[in-house]
Design a protein around this ligand. Structure first.
Ligand SMILES: [Zn+2]
Length: 162
């Protein structure tokens, strides 16, 4: 029976909940990821999946540092609402900013507004949270050479799905 090894593509259903139970995210049909230290899944969950077969269920509690990271106050900044001048801006909105050095898009979330001040947060929304990750291995296949080279899974046409 095929087991999960480095460079397996593993399809896993998953549930992410807060430790006290609230469901944060769930995928019953599962998602495929490239196994073997490519940072496509929480490392502690990946360690549990290593060597397992289809049908194996896993469950692991993750401290914030092992999940979405600790909240970093350096990633929070305060701006003047009038200088931002974005009509209708409200709590929870996501602002996109282009990083001039890397060309990547940075997301800032509006987490507080008071008078002319807006507090923007670049932390992952789930940063600082301990979570429980549980799931079931639904499929295992060998990765293609291109997938291994890129460090992520491709769709059936060997192209990028996202
Ligand atoms: Zn690729």
């Amino acid at each position: 029976m095929q087991t999960v090894q480095k460079n397996s593509v593993v399809t896993i259903s998953y549930k992410i909940q807060e430790i006290d139970g609230e469901l944060l995210e769930e995928s019953q049909e599962g998602f495929p990821y490239l196994h073997g230290g490519y940072e496509n899944i929480f490392p502690k969950a990946e360690a549990l999946i290593e060597g397992k077969t289809v049908g194996t269920k896993i469950e692991v509690d993750l401290a914030p540092a092992d999940a979405y990271g600790e909240r970093d106050l350096n990633l929070v900044r305060v701006e003047s609402l009038s200088e931002l001048s974005i009509p209708g801006l409200k709590l929870g909105d996501m602002l996109e900013e282009d990083d001039e050095e890397t060309g990547e898009t940075i997301i800032w979330r509006v987490i507080a507004m008071k008078e002319d001040q807006v507090m923007l947060d670049h932390n992952h929304p789930l940063a600082g949270l301990g979570i429980r990750f549980s799931g079931e291995i639904l499929g295992i296949r060998s990765a293609t050479a291109a997938e291994i080279e890129h460090g992520h899974v491709h769709d059936e046409h060997d192209s990028h799905g996202n």
